[in-house]
Design a protein around this ligand. Structure first.
Ligand SMILES: [Zn+2]
Length: 303
């Protein structure tokens, strides 16, 4: 990507006329823990892509996500739903630069991710900057941006010393703290990409699942299942399947507790001011000090 991409910033996007933000937010209560979510939909995406994601599907996914988090004592507030023109060169991006790629090491995936954080390649950063304005407070908002393709690469082990690099297209990607730490530009750390909301029968929960990665700050794990790349199971918000539970305590991998200490969560006081949870102490990885006592030591030896 070239310097000319600077010309696409900042955007002049407008609120989507078909989205009734006030109605969607009409159930909000000030004293309830809240997460702000902003949504962005380019209005010039290719026609063929509109079957995978459109504004109605985004709003439907957001309403489903509201239910999932409301069941766990957190309400989602839609701060706005913007739409406008995106430079067509930014429709497809890679999620990481090649320097992030290393096959699995000897420590658990969260420790390995902290040793070798993922980082945004220039095309991804340009796409996000074209939609998300760098303004005070942007770093406390979950920004859900629609693109056509977001590719993710990872290594798969073939035998004891051979690894194969695979690249997959994602339906949603959360660019989570446990993978990126503080490598994301500060105002972009809350970005989630959505690229396909009709790929399976559980697509209703894609947006909730991706918000889960961001605010629980965990990978695909649930109850007694340690994190892995892809898990098909009907239990738990963080697996692929029907489930939407966020469990508490050690047996729930502290997901409920991690949600409630997230730096994206605030309460509104009587005078209208916001009482924010403390921010990450270090870089926001899985073992950040805000999670002391509510993380799992995956390398501990039982017995
Ligand atoms: Zn996931």
């Amino acid at each position: 990507m070239t310097d000319s991409l600077d010309a696409v910033r900042p955007n002049g996007w407008l609120n989507a006329p078909s989205v009734d933000v006030d109605q969607i937010n009409s159930d909000l209560e000030p004293a309830t823990p809240t997460v702000d979510v902003a949504m962005y939909y380019p209005d010039n995406l290719d026609k063929a892509h509109r079957e995978k994601v459109n504004i109605d599907l985004m709003v439907h996914g957001f309403r489903e996500a509201k239910k999932v988090f409301a069941n766990n004592g957190v309400q989602l507030k839609l701060v706005f739903f913007k739409t406008g023109h995106l430079d067509t060169r930014l429709f497809s991006i890679n999620s990481t630069g090649s320097e992030s790629h290393l096959p699995r090491g000897f420590a658990n995936m969260y420790v390995e991710a902290e040793r070798h954080p993922s980082s945004l390649p220039p095309d991804a950063e340009a796409a996000f900057n074209a939609m998300v304005a760098n303004v005070p407070g942007a770093d406390r908002i979950v920004h859900i941006v629609v693109l056509q393709d977001v590719f993710m690469s990872f290594f798969e082990q073939l035998d004891f010393r051979t690894w194969q690099l695979k690249t997959i297209s994602t339906g949603g990607l959360s660019f989570p703290g446990y993978m990126y730490g503080s490598t994301m530009p500060r105002h972009l750390r809350g970005v989630i990409t959505i690229t396909d909301l009709v790929k399976g029968e559980n697509s209703w929960k894609t947006i909730a699942h991706e918000i889960g990665h961001k605010v629980l700050n965990v990978s695909h794990e649930h109850a007694d299942m340690a994190p892995q790349h892809e898990v098909n199971s009907d239990e738990g918000l963080m697996f692929y399947g029907d489930g939407a539970e966020i469990l508490a305590g050690r047996e729930g991998r502290f997901h409920h507790e991690r949600l409630h200490v997230s730096p994206y969560v605030y309460r509104t006081a009587d005078d209208g001011s916001r009482d924010w949870n403390p921010d990450y102490v270090t870089d926001g990885f899985y073992y950040d000090a805000i999670y002391d006592g509510i993380n799992i030591d995956l390398d501990a030896v039982d017995s």
